[in-house]
Design a protein around this ligand. Structure first.
Ligand SMILES: Cc1cc2nc3c(=O)[nH]c(=O)nc-3n(C[C@H](O)[C@H](O)[C@H](O)COP(=O)(O)OP(=O)(O)OC[C@H]3O[C@@H](n4cnc5c(N)ncnc54)[C@H](O)[C@@H]3O)c2cc1C
Ligand SMILES: NC(=O)C1=CN([C@@H]2O[C@H](COP(=O)(O)OP(=O)(O)OC[C@H]3O[C@@H](n4cnc5c(N)ncnc54)[C@H](OP(=O)(O)O)[C@@H]3O)[C@@H](O)[C@H]2O)C=CC1
Ligand SMILES: CC(C)=CCC[C@@H](C)[C@H]1CC[C@H]2C3=C(CC[C@]12C)[C@@]1(C)CC[C@H](O)C[C@@H]1CC3
Length: 428
């Protein structure tokens, strides 16, 4: 079994072929169920989206600690897959902000799980890609929201500074609520530090989300020339800062989209919905993306960032790259640090056309996968994975997952293994 959500409707990169062979179960649950301000939690159904949640929570003065930035990402997809955001160095991944899950198992029973109740299931669900049961609700922690985000842009012009400033600022913990890096070349990047505030210098307020505003990654690039600066960004504009330009993928789709004339006259028509692009994508476009674009997020220990950037440069030489730090808690489940303590990691996101001559999708991705595995890192599985089953087992700890599959009634008969839902052969 799998959910009946059509492949084109998802934010995952490819269309899932396995949906054609499996029993499709409709889990059309799209609502925000309730908010408990005393306990600081919100209970939502799995198809509630990030855009929907910020629209609901922010006017009430609340927000999610980790709010992945594309509007259409769903709670179900982020829990069963993985969700990350620039506050993850303090709060962990999306799953780490979840307090309880309600799941329908293969035998039809409904089970609630949390740290204290059915805790094995609670820790096994993230990264299980819907192969332990169907999520029907999640209770998620909320935190107070403020009106603006005070953003400090720090341009850096050497690889050494890039790695040092990024790691140092990340390690300051709560002093910087949000930390993000956009790498523009081998030796230049802008590191961004954000903190929520209710007061702002009116001259420095920048509502970056309006349709006539420049694409966020282009706006940030300007600080490489102009030097450090501070801006106040309305909170919801900050959260969805990469939505309008789909990170930087939009420049290959609408190359003239950042021109002021286009922005002022037609900016309101973009971005095209990711689901519309997937639905209308023909075979030729699919092949073009497969051959000439890389879409990957690799999660590597912070201590290996400098080395990892070199590997990415040698293999794909593609910029911008997205840097997002996150704390990997020493908790049971598919991913955890090598040692018995929490460890700081960084997500390196590569979205675009590689510039290296030797780039070949499968071969290059396999090289990156092997490197990431070697440094005890992880690949995000919404994109193309070329690992063999053995390599996949090496990267992800299946101990608790397999135990749950053995224990949960009819689980193995009803659901495939994660590998059988994420490997390239079952996605097109
Ligand atoms: C809503 C939307 C969704 C999109 N989705 C995708 C997507 O999913 N994947 C993707 O890859 N792209 C996507 N695109 C981008 C699209 O592929 C490009 O805009 C593409 O260039 C459009 O091709 P066209 O046939 O309309 O060519 P045109 O726009 O007519 O031409 C493209 C370029 O080729 C040149 N050209 C045309 N004919 C010739 C010729 N005979 N000889 C020499 N040069 C020529 C033109 O001068 C121009 O520079 C999308 C665009 C939009 C608006
Ligand atoms: N900043 C970030 O963190 C970003 C994350 N992403 C990635 O995008 C993906 C999320 O996209 P989205 O469109 O929301 O999700 P998808 O529909 O792509 O779902 C992802 C996985 O979760 C499973 N799943 C979803 N809902 C349920 C449910 N109710 N019960 C059981 N299993 C479920 C799906 O199973 P099935 O195949 O059976 O439908 C699928 O295997 C994640 O994998 C995430 O890592 C992408 C961009 C940014
Ligand atoms: C921040 C993290 C962790 C990931 C961001 C990943 C996104 C940049 C990609 C996720 C799905 C991708 C798709 C496309 C672009 C890049 C993503 C949004 C397309 C819109 C590109 C054009 C194709 O025709 C359809 C693609 C659908 C998925």
């Amino acid at each position: 079994m799998c959910t009946a959500r059509p492949g084109w409707a998802t934010v995952s990169f490819r269309q899932p072929l396995y949906k054609k062979q499996m029993q499709n179960i409709k889990v059309n649950l799209i609502d925000i169920l309730d908010i408990n301000e005393a306990k600081q939690t919100i209970r939502v159904e799995p198809l509630a989206t990030m855009g929907q949640i910020t629209a609901f929570l922010n006017p009430l003065g609340w927000t999610l600690p980790v709010l992945p930035e594309l509007d259409d990402l769903t709670v179900g997809g982020l829990i069963m897959g993985v969700g990350i955001e620039t506050s993850s160095h303090n709060f962990g991944l999306f799953q780490h902000c979840c307090v309880a899950y309600e799941v329908v198992l293969a035998d039809g029973s409904v089970v609630t799980c949390s740290k204290d109740e059915n805790s094995d299931l609670f820790y096994a669900l993230p990264w299980s890609y819907g192969t332990l049961g169907f999520l029907v609700s999640a209770t998620i922690q909320i935190i107070p929201a403020k009106k603006y985000l005070k953003m400090e842009y720090i341009p850096v012009h050497s690889k050494k500074d890039m790695v040092k400033v990024f790691a140092d600022e990340t390690n300051k913990g709560e002093e910087n609520m949000f930390v993000e890096g956009l790498v523009y070349s081998e030796n230049s990047a802008v590191i961004m530090l954000g903190n929520m505030t209710d007061t702002a210098d009116p001259e420095k307020i920048n509502p970056i989300g309006y349709f006539w505003k420049p694409w966020f990654f282009k706006h940030v690039e300007e600080f490489l020339e102009s030097g450090s600066a501070v801006e106040y960004i309305p909170l919801r504009h900050y959260y969805h800062r990469h939505s309008r330009s789909i990170f930087w993928e939009i420049q290959d789709i609408i190359p003239f989209g950042n021109h002021p004339v286009f922005r002022y006259l037609c900016g309101w028509t973009v971005p095209p919905k990711i689901s519309l692009l997937k639905l209308t994508q023909g075979e030729a476009t699919k092949q073009l993306y497969e051959k000439y674009q890389i879409i990957q997020d690799m999660l590597v220990p912070m201590k290996d960032l400098g080395d990892a950037l070199k590997v990415f440069h040698d293999e794909i030489e593609m910029y911008p790259l997205w840097l997002c730090p996150f704390k990997l808690f020493n908790l049971p489940g598919m991913i955890h640090p090598q040692d018995a303590s929490d460890e700081m990691y960084v997500d390196i996101g590569a979205y675009g056309a590689p510039k290296t001559k030797q780039y070949e999708a499968k071969r290059t991705t396999r090289k990156l996968e092997a490197y990431v595995s070697r440094v005890n890192g992880f690949q995000m599985l919404y994109a193309d994975t070329y690992m063999t089953r053995e390599e996949f087992y090496d990267m992800f700890d299946h101990t608790l997952y397999n135990k749950m599959r053995d224990e949960l009634p009819f689980c193995k008969q009803a659901f495939p293994e994660v590998y059988d839902k994420i490997n390239k052969k079952v996605r097109s």
